[in-house]
Design a protein around this ligand. Sequence first.
Ligand SMILES: Nc1ncnc2c1ncn2[C@@H]1O[C@H](COP(=O)(O)OP(=O)(O)OP(=O)(O)O)[C@@H](O)[C@H]1O
Length: 252
Amino acid sequence: MATIEVTDLAISFPLYHGDARSLKKTVRRSLDGKLSGRFTQDRRERVLVQALKGVSFSLQRGERLGLIGGNGAGKTTLLRALAGIYEPLEGQVLVQGRIGALLDTSLGMNDDMSGRENIRLRGLFHALGEVAIQEIERDVETFADLGPFLDLPIKTYSSGMRVRLAFGLATAIMPQVLIMDEWFMAGDASFRERAKQRMIGLVEGAEILVVSSHQPEIMQEWCTRLLWMDQGRVRMDGPTEDVLDAYLSTAG
Ligand SMILES: Nc1ncnc2c1ncn2[C@@H]1O[C@H](COP(=O)(O)OP(=O)(O)OP(=O)(O)O)[C@@H](O)[C@H]1O
């Protein structure tokens, strides 16, 4: 059964810079000699940006969680930590269930191969047999609706075409936990409607969705619960309408 358990998660990034000493000085000067809550230093005196700090929550089967918050709040870092791309510096991320991550359209794709070849490659990666691979190929072909482009190298695709293929693929081999950036809900209205139908199918199968978005309408449409991220911390966690009301009233 799919579950997510995040406990006291902290992630930070060292600030490498051409002139690290002057960067450190600038940070220090601007903070009146002290490092603020968002910046720390490690033992090697490198300046670190605290992308996430003290983040805890758990998700059960069937929950659709939205991440909201301003620029740099930590949403992308949290999605990447859930997908296993970033290792926690402190705390724990426990994800049970097969993960599908829609964070980057080039993730797991070979640019020189055609859409069809990429579909087959994904099937082989998941150790599927020929019959199952053919089924996925038909399914993604119909969903992505790329016409003759399906047999051309994906480096010839527009960004919207890549999204269609990546979305189709990630949802064809059913993940139990779907982790997604709002970028993937881009595309024309008819694609969004079909993507929504497919997502509803996934979530109604009692799996978990975690999605990041700046758009309140997307949150209302897709999520049952919101996590409001602010400066790398969870500012509020609750039902979509409650958190959205509080967030929008602060944003003014
Ligand atoms: N690879 C990186 N190197 C250094 N700092 C980073 C890196 N990735 C993120 N950060 C920092 O971590 C913090 C959180 O960034 P993150 O991208 O998670 O925010 P976000 O909420 O997704 O923002 P946005 O809505 O603008 O995309 C920011 O202060 C950012 O500068």
